[in-house]
Design a protein around this ligand. Structure first.
Ligand code: ZN
Length: 290
């Protein structure tokens, strides 16, 4: 039997500085170009954050709309904007307001939006000290219910993001409440380089998640915030998961600090070498029930 094709979700920019990699896209046109390159290399989903030309977060719905139009004018990839986790100031309504606006027009309706199913500390531990000391990513249970209900009403598929096993348990609780449509789409976000809020960006870090992998129907992926994803990608490919690489998470100095397309090509080549073809957008839609 042919193995399930691999969904590659390109995480092209986050709020990462170009000091990590000069190819990180900021403006809607740059996001469109990066998405096209990633799609050409095998990505079937593009996750992005809208930003000003100077790289600052830009949370306006019109900027998200411009980026989505730029992506869709170039390729038919599944479009996955972020929510406003920190930049929108925190109210549940504010955090999802741009998704509500985008979904009102089929030309800009996102295919996917994230729900991070827990709270964690993001202060970076570096050179024996922490960063600001109050960089905490907060997602109340009431917030999670609200997001799940609103995204369902808007026709936007959630990607449930698990930073640690308690997040996975919360995902299962939401599913027990009837708030998750099958098949679920889950991502295990590993964290490296001094970000302590997730499992380590190693095979052991992902394997610890997979010991608590919920029963299906679901599809799952792995990403590594500020770390080389290659070994965890190989484990995911082996175990039937998917892979979410990109310059937003890591600059990839080992590959010569290339663009997003080359990072996607790196994961695609790994998958093919391990006997799994890379999913087309059509196949990704089928796997995720879109
Ligand atoms: Zn993101």
């Amino acid at each position: 039997m042919a193995r399930k094709p691999l969904i590659i979700e390109a995480r092209i920019n986050e709020y990462t500085s170009r000091s990590e990699n000069g190819h990180i896209p900021f403006t809607p046109e740059e996001i469109g170009d990066a998405a096209a390159r990633a799609c050409e290399a095998g990505a079937s989903i593009v996750h992005f954050h809208a930003r000003h030309a100077n790289g600052e977060p830009d949370h306006r719905a019109e900027t998200y709309a411009a980026a989505i139009r730029a992506i869709r004018s170039r390729c038919d990839v599944l479009v996955y904007p972020t929510l406003g986790q920190i930049t929108a100031g925190g109210s549940d309504v504010d955090r999802i307001a741009h998704i509500e606006a985008l979904a009102a027009d089929s030309a800009t309706r996102p295919d996917i939006a994230p729900i991070d199913t827990g709270s964690t500390n993001l202060d970076r531990w570096r050179d024996g000290t922490f960063g600001s000391g109050d960089n905490t990513y907060v997602n109340h249970t009431s917030t999670l219910r609200y997001f799940a209900e609103r995204l369902r009403a808007l026709g936007v598929k959630p990607q449930f993001v698990s930073w640690a096993v308690p997040f996975t348990r919360m995902f299962e609780a939401l599913r027990n409440l009837g708030l998750v449509d099958a098949p679920a789409w889950l991502c295990f976000e590993l964290t490296d380089s001094g970000i302590l809020g997730g499992h380590p960006g190693t095979i052991a870090g992902l394997d610890a998640h997979l010991r608590f992998l919920p029963d299906g129907p679901l599809e799952w992926s792995v990403s590594n915030k500020v770390g080389n994803l290659t070994s965890q990608a190989a484990l995911s490919i082996e175990r039937g998961g998917h892979v979410s690489p990109g310059l937003g998470d890591y600059g990839w100095p080992e590959l010569g600090s290339p663009d997003n397309g080359a990072v996607v090509a790196h994961i695609a080549a790994l998958s093919r070498a391990m006997g799994r073809e890379v999913a087309t957008v059509r196949q990704a839609r089928d796997l995720l029930g879109l």
